[in-house]
Design a protein around this ligand. Structure first.
Ligand SMILES: O=P(O)(O)O[C@H]1[C@H](O)[C@@H](OP(=O)(O)O)[C@H](OP(=O)(O)O)[C@@H](OP(=O)(O)O)[C@H]1O
Ligand SMILES: Nc1ncnc2c1ncn2[C@@H]1O[C@H](COP(=O)(O)OP(=O)(O)O)[C@@H](O)[C@H]1O
Length: 540
């Protein structure tokens, strides 16, 4: 991770398709799909409190002042809020300072360097009114460890690569993609659709189900486009939408404009960054290249966790953009039900926190997302600045959802009928999570049991995995997929923020996080998730 480049990762793809893919870097051995033997294990309740720690270490940059009230700890600029959009220079990376794409991002387009206030008097008043009032603590010039707010086209693929072990995937001649006539993959797509979905949420094409009100906002025009492009079998048509408030359509799964080449259904992206995925060859997927993810996937192919991650096939290039080529986990399912669960008690890397201290960047987009969910959430200063720092936003998201209290959160669910819901930002309490899970499995006990079984297998393997012991796994999700045939599988996805630890350090993934220990709460979250699933099963 030390070499990681924090770039915006939002290299907007407007083509929706392109010419042949050519392999650029090393590949790895093909994936296996074997199941590990089940080993019975008691569900563990994690009693440790994942405490919210505050750190008052000094910030050498010295250009921020931390204000703390009983409910908020806020970082702000010394005297100003008149914000000037300031381009952010990505830190030089290992590849000649090139910016990597798709990695945990700090979007230049949303960033503002704090500058002087237009109205110093007003802001001085703000600063005064927000001065530290936690007894015995003062935080001059710092960013805390934790900032807490109270609740309130498919193309053809030529594959030719050799991995470090000499394994190679032979070149295939370029050939016509089976998807090329889909009308999806080859069509240019309006850039509007590909704005960064930092609402995390991708396109749902059908009304959100009734877990809770939508919080995000998709412009009507986005929906217009989606609906015109939607295939009838999975997407809800205009008539069906009649009478439904547009609000209900806001947080829908980000529709990725391609059809799975294997089953020929519209591929679904439940969370993550817009424009990150493209169809690969038969049963494969292209995800925008991210160096840290590539390294993880490559290592995982040689780890005991291999059956629980998408098979990885190396880096390929399409339209001058690098991609990681991996299995499409939906490819073997019929009308799959999908759930994305982000694991862990923390969703940002420690290094992001350090960076935010050293080079604070105000985020207008995150402020907007915050206000949309809870207009009361921003502090007075944040309101004045109309922006927040990324860690502050991430921490707010964590405490708003079940991340901080349960060590995981539901990001999105798509059901067999095509309906999607990504409005789980405020799904925090155990009962709310249970309700969402119940809805996901449609009350089917057998599916619940299958998932619990799979999670037990996964936990057993995680507890022994060399990869897992030696990596900080942040922002990674479990992808749950089942269908009407009785298949139910769980995979680990998204390793963009998974970082190797400096040897000989290891993590147990259950110890509560304090800055510096790099613990991520992954297994604590898994314990809790399994405990909830167990509780949902009828007693014998
Ligand atoms: O879920 P919402 O509220 O939309 O917030 C998102 C997620 O936290 C993303 O994390 P993840 O990718 O783990 O889902 C994060 O991406 P990264 O931290 O990966 O960059 C986005 O940061 P920005 O990419 O900086 O916008 C942030 O805006
Ligand atoms: N290998 C895969 N197979 C099928 N779907 C996937 C796969 N990887 C990701 N997805 C879908 O894309 C979404 C976002 O994936 P993720 O890797 O988290 O993207 P990002 O790095 O942009 O956050 C997931 O919620 C899931 O719906």
């Amino acid at each position: 991770m030390d070499n990681r480049v924090f770039s915006d990762g939002i290299d907007i793809d407007r083509t929706g398709g392109g010419p042949a893919v050519s392999v650029k870097l090393g590949a790895v051995a093909p994936a296996v799909d074997s199941a590990h033997p089940y080993q019975s294990e008691e569900t563990v309740r994690h009693n440790a409190v994942h405490t919210l720690c505050l750190d008052n270490r000094n910030n050498s940059a010295g250009n921020t002042i931390l204000s703390v009230s009983s409910n908020n700890i806020i970082v702000h600029s010394p005297v100003g809020t008149l914000m000037t959009k300031t381009p952010v220079t990505a830190a030089p990376g290992p590849n000649n300072g090139e910016r990597s794409t798709s990695c945990p991002a700090e979007s230049d387009e949303h960033m503002f360097a704090p500058t002087n206030l237009a109205n110093q008097e007003k802001d001085q008043h703000l600063l005064n009114s927000m001065s530290c009032n936690i007894p015995g603590q003062s935080f001059p010039g710092t960013i805390p460890r934790l900032i807490v707010t109270c609740e309130s086209r498919p193309g053809t693929t030529a594959l030719k690569a050799a991995g470090p072990s000499g394994f190679s995937l032979d070149t295939q001649p370029e050939e016509e993609s089976p998807c090329s006539d889909s009308g999806f993959g080859g069509s240019p797509v309006p850039s509007l659709l590909f704005r960064k979905l930092s609402n995390s949420s991708s396109a749902g094409l059908s009304p959100a189900s009734s877990f809770e009100e939508s919080e995000d906002d998709l412009a009507g025009s986005d929906m217009e486009f989606n609906m015109h492009q939607a295939t009838p079998n999975t997407l809800v048509g205009r008539d069906e939408m009649a009478g439904k408030p547009w609000r209900k359509l806001r947080t829908m799964v980000h529709w990725s404009p391609f059809i799975s080449c294997k089953r020929r259904y519209p591929w679904v992206q439940l969370a993550g960054h817009a424009g990150n995925f493209q169809a690969g060859d038969y049963g494969k997927l292209l995800k925008k290249y991210c160096e840290s993810e590539q390294q993880c996937l490559q290592r995982l192919m040689g780890d005991s966790l291999r059956p629980f991650v998408p098979g990885y096939y190396g880096v390929v290039q399409r339209d001058e953009q690098d991609y990681n080529l991996m299995d499409d986990l939906l490819a073997d399912f019929e009308s799959p039900c999908i759930m994305d669960c982000k694991m862990g008690s923390r969703t940002y890397l420690e290094e992001e926190l350090v960076k935010a201290r050293e080079r604070p960047q105000l985020r207008r987009d995150m402020y907007d997302k915050m206000v949309e969910v809870d207009p009361e959430a921003p502090s007075a200063l944040e309101r004045a600045q109309q922006a927040v720092l990324k860690p502050r936003y991430m921490q707010w998201r964590e405490t708003l959802s079940s991340t901080a209290t349960l060590g995981f959160r539901i990001e999105g669910i798509k059901k067999a009928d095509g309906t999607c819901n990504t409005s789980f930002k405020k799904t925090k309490h155990r009962e709310q999570v249970m309700q969402a899970l119940k809805d996901f499995v449609d009350g089917d006990t057998q599916t619940l049991k299958s998932y619990l079984w799979k999670l037990k297998e996964l936990r057993t393997v995680l507890e022994k995995s060399e990869f897992f012991r030696t990596h900080e796994v942040v922002g990674s999700s479990l992808l749950f997929v089942h269908d009407g045939t009785g298949q139910a599988r769980v995979w680990m996805i998204d390793f963009g923020k998974t970082a190797p630890l400096p040897p000989p350090r290891t993590l147990d993934h259950r110890t509560p996080w304090v800055e510096g220990n790099r613990e991520d709460g992954y297994l604590w979250g898994l314990d809790n998730l399994m405990d909830i699933l167990s509780d949902m099963l009828p007693t014998a």
